[in-house]
Design a protein around this ligand. Sequence first.
Ligand SMILES: Cc1ncc(C[n+]2csc(CCOP(=O)(O)OP(=O)(O)O)c2C)c(N)n1
Length: 584
Amino acid sequence: MDSPKKKELMLGNKAVARGLYEAGVCFISSYPGTPSTEITEEAAKYDEIYCEWAPNEKVAMEAAFGASLAGRRAFCAQKHVGLNVAADPLYTMSYTGVNAGLVVAVADDAGMHSSQNEQDSRHHAIAAKLPMLEPADSAEALAFTKKAFEISEQFDTPVLIKMCTRVAHSQSLVETGERTVPLKEYEKNIAKYVMMPGNAIKRHPIVEQRTRDLIALAETGDLNRVEMGDTSLGIITHSTSYQYVKEVFGDKASVLKLGMTNPLPEKLIRDFAAKVDRLVVVEELDPIIENHVKSLGIACEGKNLFPLEGEFSQNLIAAKLGQSVPAGRSLDEAIPPRPPVMCAGCPHRGMFYTLKQNKCTVLGDIGCYTLGAAAPLATVDSTLCMGASIGAVHGFNKMLNEASESKTVAVIGDSTFMHSGMTGLANVAYNQSNSTVIILDNSITGMTGHQQNPTTGYNIKGDPAGKIDLEALCRAMGFNRVRVADPYNLKECDTVLKEELSAAEPSVIISRRPCALLKYVKHKPALKVDTDKCVGCQSCMRIGCPAISIKNGKAAVDTTLCVGCGVCSQLCHFDALGSGAKEA
Ligand SMILES: Cc1ncc(C[n+]2csc(CCOP(=O)(O)OP(=O)(O)O)c2C)c(N)n1
């Protein structure tokens, strides 16, 4: 694509993509999730690499496995919770090993900038007995990605690369290189790839020996390195914490930087510990390195000083290790809080308003529509993980609503429905709870920045692709009642919802209107307030649109935000909001 040797400032995620290109990767299948999404988006810009969005992380992982089996270097990426979804194939891929190199990136979100929990993916590496590399900047993101493919083929194993928000989304200098494409032949090998008990039993000792071999690599390879400075303090650290430690201490402390965090070395740690007076482990989230050090019988500090929650910073490390903290305001003070809200013109808003008016209990899911939980709509009662809304509504309605008219519904986005909603819907159809499932079809994966999905009709490059027909799919699953409603039309939403809630069988409502931020969506002119008609009753404020406020006792529309969807005007009893209304 571009000339090979070049120095460039690169986002960590873009550097991983560059590493994939240079490593000769031929196949990438991923599911979006912050902060991992840009890896695949950037890789898709290389014509030499086949890239796709899979419906979910498990499918992506399995597709990458298939490509590796076929003899082509393969990759998939996901956020930390995505690795839970893909854990099933991953844990057994540890046993089969690979044919061509297979690398899996996982991006953790300490601080929960955009996640429902804060889990530490190193646990997966330990449990699946897989090597994990953790770059600390963009240069390492590129280098470790290439190295991961070498390790994968040398040790016959999938290799995990763990990113975190700060490494994924920070820029630093990288030097690019050339692309070489090592290809392998597919060879049938039932004993290696068919994991039924008789074969799997024989693979397990191979996995254990591989871990011992990888520990030898951890002791001597260049992934882990010692930077000796003042020996009164020795710090073992990794990933972004390494950058903070270096910024605070420079060479006023000695550092053991771990680039491979599973498996961990033993001798390297013993030797380092013996050279320093005080040993401290600095790691975000769980005390994994610390517990390993302690299991070697070496005294160290760690979580007695540092929190188990949230992201670290230079200031935190300085404060906890007795260094002076630079004066100035902290980030929280410097940046005014801006709670997330649905955008002006968001098509989800009309359906949530309808659900609120109908006093529904709403079991929610993950996407932009999770913001239906925010005031003033406050119309989401639970959110767990992708797909959980439909699973949960079934259980809820079986227990509480079976005898009466069910007012408990599930809401789920189009991408999330494809990801893991379909199996929940199969359960509703099969075990027949009288549930209404509302698919909020905004024709895109909105939350993570507009990725295509199997319902949109386009692929990752924006070219036409297969398109799943949601209505036909639901009918094929056995639903007789499948309705479509326009969420910009409150009356229509109300009628359809009331009819489906009172029906004596399970039903699906597809609330369909493309995301207002999609480039192809044509907006109407911003609404205007007729201040003679407006009585300041604030009915229009009940939908929580950021484009409406009250000024001098009357409604005011921010014309830079309003897309003219007209939902607010349907709430106005005085005909004061409209495109033709007199401007204030
Ligand atoms: C297992 C898992 N994978 C990925 C994510 C990241 N993520 C959150 S919501 C979402 C999809 C949202 O799209 P959609 O369901 O279409 O709703 P929209 O945001 O468009 O309203 C994704 C990919 C996640 N939270 N969990």
